[in-house]
Design a binder for this molecule. Structure first.
Ligand SMILES: Nc1ncnc2c1ncn2[C@@H]1O[C@H](COP(=O)(O)OP(=O)(O)O)[C@@H](O)[C@H]1O
Ligand SMILES: [Mg+2]
Length: 274
């Protein structure tokens, strides 16, 4: 029996502007432990709002107008994400769920080394670690994402876009969360670099057993990494099926359009990395 990690029930978000924007409408979905769930859909369909919503990252004017989000912790506790207090929320993020934000690789601090920025995560969340322990944890992380442990002293501008994105993944991985949410993590990168990063995420998922919600407007890319794919349109999930089902038997015309909209480098769209 697959074990759920995250249950989203009847979840709705409205941006309280004039006129109000119903960005997420009655979304229900269950993410399994260890699963990579792809979330696809055109720009503006509500992907980021949904991803923020399940981690309580939404800010005004966003209002959650219905639904619940339950995180089934590895300890056996069911956490009602919407009812967490501020301090519990702080621990929940990074420790249980971490996020690679859209455009994150450009959000690294340009005047601080990669090592110092990784070190900050441990300083804040693992204050019990010694300086030396933190240092070796940072080096280990950079090795895991194939940036290399000798890169701690590099500044962001000394790394390629793909390398910077790996650093962001290392950061998200730092506290060994059970869920990583990645919002368009490879969008700005060229196709070959994208594929290398997908392979890495796939491999790390097997190694560490975390689940991934992988968001992109590029549906064919999701075929390569996802176990299941949710297709979102205008705030709702119109189709949710295994990557194979989506590839072989897409149910909606809209899904077919999305599948056709991105030519792959190789010409064959459904090459599975796994
Ligand atoms: N802060 C905001 N205020 C008002 N509307 C917003 C805000 N953020 C997003 N939206 C609207 O909500 C809808 C969903 O946006 P978003 O979740 O960013 O979509 P996606 O990530 O799929 O591109 C869009 O119509 C967008 O314009
Ligand atoms: Mg977005």
């Amino acid at each position: 029996m697959p074990e759920p990690l995250l249950s989203v029930r009847d979840f709705s978000v409205v941006y309280d502007v004039d006129p109000p924007v119903e960005a997420v409408k009655n979304v229900t979905l269950e993410l399994q432990r260890g699963e990579i769930l792809g979330l696809a859909g055109e720009s503006g369909c509500g992907k980021t709002t949904l991803a923020y919503g399940v981690q309580r990252l939404l800010r005004v004017p966003a209002v959650i107008t219905s639904g619940s989000v339950t995180f089934h912790d590895s300890s056996g506790t069911a956490i009602d994400v919407n009812s967490l207090g501020a301090e519990e929320m702080r621990r929940f993020r990074w420790n249980k769920v971490s996020m690679v934000f859209q455009g994150a690789m450009n959000a690294l601090n340009p005047v601080t080394t990669i090592g110092a920025q990784l070190d900050d995560v441990f300083l804040v969340h693992r204050p019990e670690l010694s300086r030396r322990e933190r240092r070796s944890a940072c080096e280990e992380l950079l090795e895991i994402v194939a940036v290399g442990r000798d890169r701690t002293r590099s500044y962001p501008h000394e790394l390629s876009g793909g390398m910077r994105q790996r650093v962001m993944i290392a950061m998200a991985l730092a506290l060994r969360p059970q869920l990583m949410v990645m919002d368009e993590p490879t969008t700005a990168l060229d196709v070959l670099v994208q594929r290398e990063i997908l392979r890495k995420i796939s491999q790390l998922r097997h190694e560490f057993g975390f689940s991934v919600i992988f968001i992109t407007h590029d549906l064919p890319l999701l075929l390569e990494i996802s176990d299941r794919i949710a297709v979102m349109r205008d705030g709702t999930i119109i189709e949710l099926a295994s990557a194979r089902e989506i590839w072989e038997r897409p149910q909606h015309e809209y899904t077919k359009t999305l599948l056709a909209s991105f030519p792959r480098l190789t010409g064959e769209r459904g090459v599975l990395v796994r």
